[in-house]
Design a protein around this ligand. Structure first.
Ligand SMILES: NC(=O)c1ccc[n+]([C@@H]2O[C@H](COP(=O)([O-])OP(=O)(O)OC[C@H]3O[C@@H](n4cnc5c(N)ncnc54)[C@H](OP(=O)(O)O)[C@@H]3O)[C@@H](O)[C@H]2O)c1
Length: 326
């Protein structure tokens, strides 16, 4: 089988925990190199995943044995390196959100189109079969007419030096966590969502938003979303219709062995529907590699990237700064 030769730009935690294992296991990809700003760190990663260490990101992009890159750099650095990777003729799978502003996302999408390269945003949850099952049940009328969607993604406080606390690296809860409920709202309420209101709580010390909420609306539906990084862990969504509610826990980051439990509440009672375990990390790598190797189907991801960037920006612009505690 032909394999896509992938290089990894940045020895990030998400690369070590999820994406490098998936890229290494996929029969359609071969990890040819990993790059870090530090030669030592690249060596550690390369030894762990049986690949070649490279000191410096541009050095990796200059390699002829790399067809595509996986890019888990902080959000504020991604636009520059996505553009450089595309200029070097590489397909790109970049972490979410693709960039920090719609204009940067547009520049990246347009360059990928001009160069005939695949550019994908790594929203892995979209590649888990649980959401397809939710849509099937909705399509089969099990909750009646869909009326409202709610989603939460909140995590406990992070160490002070985490990239998410650094404004110059594109930190903040809206981009890092809010991006998931916003993307899920588009999946279940349709792409034409208006922003009716939003709130962002900023940390007065770092200046980044640490929590927030948004109220979105599409024809006949509302979406209430919340996100934060100083909270009890919550990762769920619920879809309420005229006749029932579907609720899914661990909606955005289920591990491969997790069997999701979908709850269906209807007037006559509540049913628990166990779903099959699915590996969204393996699935996203497979879709990326298949599409890049096929050499077509590159337009769809670009349109979705632009809609997501635009909606996140409208949430940001609509946000009322919330009063600080104390
Ligand atoms: N899709 C998902 O499910 C998912 C899950 C978790 C995270 N993410 C996303 O992935 C990205 C990375 O998250 P993470 O938790 O893996 O972060 P992380 O461990 O801090 O990794 C970020 C990497 O960026 C590189 N980097 C380059 N310049 C940097 C700078 N000035 N400061 C810090 N790091 C710099 C570093 O690699 P070198 O030192 O090797 O150069 C570092 O390892 C985030 O944008 C996050 O939103 C996505």
């Amino acid at each position: 089988m032909e394999r896509l030769r992938v290089g990894v730009l940045g020895c990030a935690s998400i690369a070590r925990r999820k994406m490098l294992p998936a890229l290494t296991a996929c029969p359609r990809t071969r990890v040819t190199a990993v790059a870090s700003r530090s030669g030592e760190r690249a060596k550690e990663f390369a030894a762990e995943f049986g690949t070649v260490p490279v000191a410096g990101y541009q050095e990796l992009l200059d390699r002829p044995d790399v067809d595509a890159v996986y890019l888990p750099l902080p959000a504020g650095l991604r636009a520059e390196w996505i553009l450089r990777a595309l200029e070097a003729g590489k397909h790109v799978l970049a972490e979410k959100p693709l960039t920090t502003r719609p204009a940067l996302a547009r520049e990246a999408v347009e360059l990928s189109r001009r160069r005939g390269l695949l550019l994908m945003e790594n929203f892995m949850f979209l590649h888990h079969s649980a959401h397809r099952r939710v849509r099937e049940l909705v399509g089969a009328g099990r909750i009646g007419e869909p009326r409202s969607f709610s989603a939460e993604f909140t995590i406990p406080a992070l160490p002070a030096d985490d990239i998410r606390h650094r404004p110059e690296l594109g930190g903040g809860a809206l981009l890092d966590l809010g991006a998931y409920p916003v993307r899920a709202a588009q999946l279940f309420c349709g792409p034409d969502l208006a922003v009716a209101g939003a709130v962002l709580h900023h940390d007065p010390g770092t200046g980044v938003d640490v929590a927030g909420a948004a109220l979105l609306a599409s024809a006949g539906m509302t979406a209430t979303l919340s996100f934060g990084m100083a909270h009890h862990y919550r990762c769920r969504y619920a879809l309420t219709g005229s006749e029932g509610t579907l609720t899914l826990d661990r909606a955005f980051t289920p591990p491969p062995d997790h069997r999701p439990l979908l709850r269906l509440e209807r007037p006559e009672g509540t049913e628990e529907l166990p779903l099959r375990a699915d590996d969204q990390f393996a699935n996203v790598v497979d879709v990326f590699a298949r599409t890049a190797l096929a050499g077509r189907g590159f337009d769809g991801p670009g349109d979705r990237i632009l809609r997501q960037a635009d909606l996140l920006e409208r949430v940001r612009l609509a946000a009322t700064p919330a009063p600080t505690a104390g």
